[in-house]
Ligand binder design. Structure first.
Ligand code: GDD
Ligand code: MN
Length: 383
């Protein structure tokens, strides 16, 4: 009797589990990166339920410890809805990294990324899923460009132009033809994610571009148009840093991964440093005609070094950016690391200047020697 009861309660549990939607093997994981999206979590989940009725799906919200408590909201909802999961990442920021982490937590055959802010039209999800189920595509991109009216909505004129420029630039390096390679709304087979994962950058917004670029052979892509909606709650996190980061990645891919994006950025900052140096040198020698060349060159290098430090901290090493007290100690370390470079700079410049007294030429060559030195030493010692 007892045994029979044991069996029947076991069966009951099993059949309960079978009815419970979350127990069916998940076919589609929806990854939604979030930063300050608390008011959008429940509405998005409700929309997903509606769009994906009849599909074994789950949503993973990947939150970078948003100050508005998005992660708390996600965990509360996860307690009520078995389709909802949440990852709270601490001490890290980055859309690409968050998306990647969500995708890596999935065991489903298909993974789709969607913004949490309701700007992406979830009603095309079934169409995307059908396309990828058919088996002859690796990637399905929801694109704003196939519907000209769609683009007009939700994006400012500047953003539209920027977006077109980003698309045009990406065509220079991608082997796969895609009309919206910076789309944040796309579905891919898990193998595609798994293969690309070790090479992907965890910074910035260019996840799709990066996935396509990291595949040596062209991917089989389908594109589905949709209308980009206005954001109702919260605000966009796309800023100038995201743009710089994207340009860095394009240059990196254009040089076939030989030059890392960071070195390209450091080089660009170095170039501004040379300009700052020459301006400072000109000003100093004009302001004080009695100032000898060597102290003028020394002071100009100091000005350039300071500007390089702050620009590199804000741009090149944005992800490891120093703030507050560390900004100061970092600056001191940067100065120390560069002092040898400064010595090389001044030595080379004064050596040249004694033999050939052309101020700007000697100054430029000295500064260039110093820049290379600085790159190597600060990369190792400061950030
Ligand atoms: N976890 C995490 N960490 N999520 C982030 C971060 C971050 O650092 N930054 C942004 N997000 C989340 C937002 O909360 C939102 O759900 C989604 O990523 C998109 O961010 P938005 O800030 O709303 O981007 P957007 O609307 O300006 O940009 C859209 O268009 C771009 C192309 O023009 C997005 O779809 C981008 O993915 C797309 O590249
Ligand atoms: Mn948005």
């Amino acid at each position: 009797m007892e045994g029979a009861q044991g069996v029947s309660s076991g069966q009951a549990a099993r059949s309960r589990a079978n009815k419970s939607p979350a127990s069916a093997a998940i076919e589609l994981t929806v990854v939604s990166p979030t930063f300050n999206e608390r008011p959008n979590i429940r509405p998005l989940t409700a929309k997903l339920h509606q769009a994906l009725d009849g599909v074994a799906w789950e949503v993973i919200f990947v939150d970078d410890d948003s100050p508005d408590g998005t992660a708390v909201e996600v965990k509360a909802l996860a307690g009520e809805d078995p389709r909802v999961r949440g990852i709270r990442r601490v001490g890290r920021r980055g859309l690409a990294g968050a998306v990647l982490e969500g995708a890596m937590a999935s065991a489903a055959p298909y993974v789709v990324v969607i913004d949490a802010d309701l700007q992406h039209d979830e009603s095309i999800l079934p169409q995307m899923l059908e396309t990828i189920r058919a088996g002859d595509k690796d990637l399905v991109v929801a694109t704003r460009y196939l519907d000209p009216e769609g683009l007009a909505q939700g994006l400012s004129i500047t953003r539209q132009r920027g977006s077109r420029l980003a698309t045009w630039l990406s065509r220079l390096v991608l082997k796969t033809e895609v009309s919206d390679p910076v789309s944040g709304f796309f579905m891919a087979r898990r193998e595609v994610w798994d293969r690309a994962a070790p090479q992907l950058s965890t910074e910035g917004f260019k996840v799709l571009f990066d996935i396509i670029a990291s595949h040596a052979e062209p991917l089989r892509v389908a594109e589905i148009p949709y209308r980009f909606r206005d954001r109702l709650e919260g605000e966009s996190k796309l800023d100038s840093r995201v743009v710089v980061d994207y340009l860095g990645l394009i240059l990196n891919k254009a040089t076939h991964d030989v030059i890392p994006a960071r070195a390209i950025l450091f080089g660009a900052v170095g170039a501004t440093g040379i300009a700052v140096h020459l301006i400072a040198l000109t000003l100093l020698s004009r302001l004080d005609t009695s100032l000898a060349f060597v102290p003028a060159q020394f002071l100009a290098a100091l000005v350039a070094m300071t500007s390089n430090y702050f620009i590199n901290n804000a741009v090149t090493y944005h992800d490891r950016r120093k703030r507050g007290w560390r900004l100061l100690t970092g600056y001191l370390a940067f100065c120390l690391a560069c002092s040898a470079g400064l010595f090389v700079n001044v030595a080379v410049a004064s050596f040249l200047h004694e033999r050939l007294p052309i101020t700007l030429l000697a100054g430029a060559i000295g500064a260039a020697f110093g820049a290379v030195w600085n790159y190597v030493t600060t990369a190792l010692a400061v950030w």
